[in-house]
Design a protein around this ligand. Structure first.
Ligand SMILES: O=C(O)CCC(=O)C(=O)O
Ligand SMILES: [Fe+2]
Length: 208
């Protein structure tokens, strides 16, 4: 409730179907990247407790300096999702955290056999194109409010993540209604050099 009140007292930026706020660095939707030379300032104090907590999160690797320095807050109205994508490798370091608030949703992870770092919507012209693609492997993860998701390794670099544009999710046969909104805090660290991951076919730093 405190976190929701904090973001609701700050200005939202309106996108086509959802509202966003950016801290630390602005996320540029045209390039799906950030300008690493445009530092907006430290992350706001309302995320301090989250920053303390994620250091102890299972699977978090030791790192020098800050674990994260960029925050994107997304507000999704009921029934609004997010197209399948891989967060641009050159934009952000390996670990990506996402805190869900206010309402639940499903996040689906998809592995495309002929994968590329370009979003499938760009390649095939549709978000849901892969439904006809029997080779696409899909794994759904339920994200209840107040849960934290960590994407790292192969899940971050080589699988697309996707939030279905549904008002109702099926979770292990149980019908879960979306709330009037879901608010997520995505915490990432802006990458200052090139990405040197092991997943070259998905990597904009390595495939040209
Ligand atoms: O809302 C979320 O949990 C995910 C957001 C996301 O994938 C992104 O901002 O790249
Ligand atoms: Fe993402």
């Amino acid at each position: 409730q405190e976190l929701l009140a904090a973001v609701d007292s700050r200005p939202w930026k309106r996108l086509a179907k959802r509202r966003v706020q950016h801290y630390g660095y602005e996320f540029l939707y045209e390039t799906r990247n950030v300008d690493s030379k445009q530092f907006l300032g430290e992350l706001p104090s309302f995320v301090s407790k989250i920053l303390e907590k994620i250091v102890t999160f299972p699977g978090v690797k030791n790192c020098t300096g800050k674990l994260v320095d960029q925050l994107t807050v997304n507000e999704y109205p009921c029934g609004v999702g997010l197209s399948p994508h891989i967060d641009t490798h050159s934009a952000f370091e390996e670990m990506i955290f996402s805190l869900s608030l206010a309402g639940p949703c499903i996040m689906e992870f998809r592995q495309y056999p002929k994968g590329s770092w370009r979003a499938p919507s760009v390649v095939s012209g549709t978000d849901e194109g892969s439904i006809q693609d029997p080779q696409c492997i899909r794994k759904a993860v339920f994200l209840p409010p107040r849960s934290m998701l960590l994407m790292s390794g192969e899940g971050r670099y080589a699988w697309h993540h996707y939030i279905p544009h549904h008002k109702i999710d099926d979770v292990a046969g149980q019908v879960i209604k979306r709330n009037s909104r879901r608010v997520s805090f995505t915490l990432r660290k802006v990458r200052m050099g090139l990405c040197e991951c092991e997943y070259g076919q998905f990597c904009d730093s390595q495939s040209k």
